[in-house]
Design a protein around this ligand. Sequence first.
Ligand code: B12
Length: 616
Amino acid sequence: MRVLVANTPNRDFATQFPPIGALSVLNYVRKNSDAEVSFYNIDALRPSREEVIAHIKAFRPDVLGISAIVSTAYGYTRQLAGDVRRELPETLIVCGGNLASAANLLLNRAHIDLCVPGEGEMVFHNIVERARTTRRPPDFKDIQGIVLLDADGELFHTGIPEQLDPSLVWDYDWEDLEKTGTIWNYITPIAKDGEIIFPYRKDPRSHEPHRQGKNHAVLNCVKGCVARCTFCHRSQKGIRHIPVDIVMQRLDRMMEKYNVGFVYMGAEAFGADKRWLDEFLDQIALRDVLWGAGGVRANALTPEWIQRMKAAGCVNLSYGNESGSARMLQIIEKKVSIEQNYAAMKAAIEAGFPTGMQFVVGMPGENEETIRETIDYIKYGTTLTPNLNPDSFAIGYAQALPGTPLYEYARRNGYLGDGMDGEEKYLLSIANKDACDPEAAINYTDTPRLRWLAWRPLMSIEVNYHYYKTFGKEHYFKAMGRDIKMLGGIHSGVGSIAEDVIGPYIPLLIQGKPLPFRLIVPILRSRKPGLAHTFYPALFYRLRHFVTLMEFARTIKNEGMGKALTLGWDYVAHRTRSALGLRKFRHGYVSLRKIVEEMGPSPDDPEAMRPLRSGR
Ligand code: B12
């Protein structure tokens, strides 16, 4: 029995977050059967379409498992499954990962035989065992955790199986990455071009002699989350903390075998369980590694816990701030108050962490006032200390993904077109699209698209100028010059023009001097014209009332007069509608999940889709 698991390439370059979902499923089958298993790291290797098919044909899998952990991988998954269906008709094609929540499309339109929307280890093992005798999807109906088309072609959900005990979660073998020659994409030197990477370089401990030459890696320790934000998708219920002794065994092996001395906690709700955190901090402190924690909830850690984390080697933490508006935090069902959002930033910055901020704008209900509240919050968070970069915040537009209330809101309000055709067209339109790319995003607000597009540059203009006014011109440009390379990492935009446009002038910035004004034209002509307001904060602040007009001009330049006029008409139509009091968003500021639930079950949905639509 030959089993191949492959992942999908997301974004322009491979992530450094190891494909732990795929590897855990693979390792579970290896440990519980005599099947010959192999991993194909398409995300890291970035092979061409022809090379992918040649690789899979050479392996001749009986079962191919596609690990599609983001729903923006629909396009790639459909293409891959189509190629395999054509070349290897005997192979059973299974799709796992978060995309599997779009089972109606995958099974009816994308050549997938079986979808595994939840935790895959046990389910995939059962599938592999059953595939020894049959490849007909209806013959898998008694195996829990699968969505398939039954003998009548009807969608059938076989039920949600038990989840793994926390001690068995993410039991993967790094050697599977060694075998694919991709391990050094995930175990990386702590220094790049002679500079220790962000955020570790901000902590003096990272420069201690005994840490030089050590490697960095992701350490996974907490699966799931305590919250259910309405734009966020996860198909598994609740939160599980991997027992600390197991986490430490895994860390010890990484330190011993791969010379790891720096780790980033791969968690979506780090610090939610204080008894676990207490033991974790004691144990990790003994290992003298430096580490960062992502996915911390703003109401999870007191300043005392943050100080303890710092003492145990933590150099940074990051929150899902999402919004500076209490009303939008309701819509998002963040279960965090605006006061907690403010206090969280204060606690992290006062601990000396270079904590940046992350936001989602454009959820239903967002308007000029809520954007203003978020601008004020970012101004607060980025000027708590002069040591941060004015640009240390990221803004993504709300992106509807299957299995989230936002997706159901979009679907039920006609934003995704009709039926499966509409859904497929939408998923193909966001194929490999980032939330920070508004072009692929849908405007769910009552604000005209031109103004909605202008919100993000307006936020940067206001926040940059506030920093500039707070700490002064010289400090502003020094911070820009100091972090230009670091910014390359965070805001790939700056990195891209750093070399060819402003490169020679970085020394000027480092002296606290502005860029020559003549550079504004090449920057505006570059791939990231929006960076002009980063380097000319005072000028763009004075021009802030024309930011919508600038979006109009940018649309003419990038997409032509036709598209710009369409947006112009949309602007007039929106303003007329709101002048007449005709609003799309006619709900109170309550959880979007509640708003969708009040719409009742969607009439045209097969029963089997219900658990997938509602997510966890
Ligand atoms: C690292 C990461 C990234 C990396 C890399 C992703 C990658 N590897 O390709 C980067 C930064 C590129 C990224 C990008 C995005 N990400 Co991201 N990312 C993550 C993060 C933090 C870890 C990913 C991971 O590997 N998790 C481990 C998971 C997959 O393991 P697991 O749950 O145990 O896996 C189980 C099941 O999924 C299943 N399974 C998995 N594979 C397989 C295979 C088979 C055959 C079977 C049977 C089962 C199976 O069994 C596994 C074991 O139990 C997750 C959050 C999280 N902690 O999961 C978000 C997450 C995956 N990302 C998310 C999103 C939304 C995005 C973006 C779309 C956001 C955006 N629009 O900009 C972009 C992609 C944009 C694009 N261009 O396509 C969402 C996905 C939701 C969804 N339905 O799509 C997540 C879940 C965060 C969230 N909660 O919202 N991301």
